[in-house]
Structure formats: structure tokens, C-alpha cells
Design a protein around this ligand. Sequence first.
Ligand code: PRP
Length: 185
Amino acid sequence: MNKLTDDIEQIIITERQIEERVKQLAKEINNYYNGNPIIAVFVLKGSAFFASDLIRWLNMHVVIEFMSVSSYGRDTVSSGKLTIKKDVDSEVKGKDILIIEDIIDTGVTLSGLKEMFKQRGAGDIKVVTMLSKPSRRIVEFEADFTGFEVPDVFVVGYGLDYADKYRNLPYIASLKKHIYEQPNQ
Ligand code: PRP
């Protein structure tokens, strides 16, 4: 029987490191908002774990919203084109938005999302991401709050997937090469 952990090459960020960094990020975010209420946008699916851990440490009123988008930035030169698969339910006009992501890679998704909320008339728009891979950017984009910068290695766990698997690992790890080099296995 192939277990989840059999496919792991190396743990890159441990459960303990994640837990500590989440609390530090929450402190930074609490200081920034100073009690002002926000709408926290969970960008599905990857951010669900990080976002639900993070918002438990926030000290202001938080309305949660879920969004699901896909970007075609990796295949096209024209960036910022997002397809919305699931939109937020509430009116964002004039509201302060905190977009919560698991990873920023090319930057296309987040720059597109931020622009979309701007066009809808949201107030202050900030982005927090658990991970960032700066070396992969094709559009200039930096989050306002970043958990960890990681090199360009294939990472899974704590929400991050490969072929929709491995999200339920409690840590962030690299995957054995043969797994992603044989996508049908
Ligand atoms: C990941 C991640 C971001 C996006 C970042 O989502 O959660 O939304 O990719 O990539 P970018 O910076 O290159 O745009 P993904 O499309 O893998 O969906 P998932 O969260 O459902 O796994």
C-alpha cells in the first residue's frame, strides 16, 4: 500500500515552523489593521489550511469569503487574465480586503485578483501568502505579508498539491522526482 509519506523526498518547513510563522504573521497583520474589520478571501483550494489557521489569531472582526480562480499566465504572455470559477458572496465596495494565498509563483493570479478587487471598488487590499517563489515571477508582484520564501523546488503539503494530492500533509515538503516525472502514476 502506497502511503502519502512514501512519496516525500524531504521536509522543507516543519509543522512547528509553520505554526510559529503563522502566529508571527498574525501579529504583523493585527498591528497593521489595528482593529479595523476585514473581509478575508480564501483563494481555494490551496490556501484553506493556512487561511483557517491564520484567521484564528486575528483580533479584529473577520468575514470570510471563498474564491476559486484559474490563471493562464503560465501559457500566455498576456498576464492578468483570470477565470473566476467561484466568486465571493458579499459586496466588497469600500471594504478592506485581505487576500490569503498559499503560494505566489509567477505572480499572475495575485496581480489579477488584486486588480479585480480594485475595479470592484474595494477599500484597502492586502495580500498575505504562506510561501513565495520569487525566482518564478513573470509579473512583478510582492505580497504585503510573506511566510517563507522558497527556492524553485516542487513543494507539497499544508494545502499545496501535486495533481490534487498531498494537500493534507501537515508540513511542507519536496516530492520525490519520479512522482512528478511520471504524471500518470
Ligand atoms: C496556486 C496558488 C495560487 C496560484 C499561484 O493555485 O494557490 O492561487 O497557483 O500561482 P501564480 O503566482 O503562478 O499565479 P492553483 O492554481 O495551483 O490552485 P489550487 O490552490 O486549487 O491548488
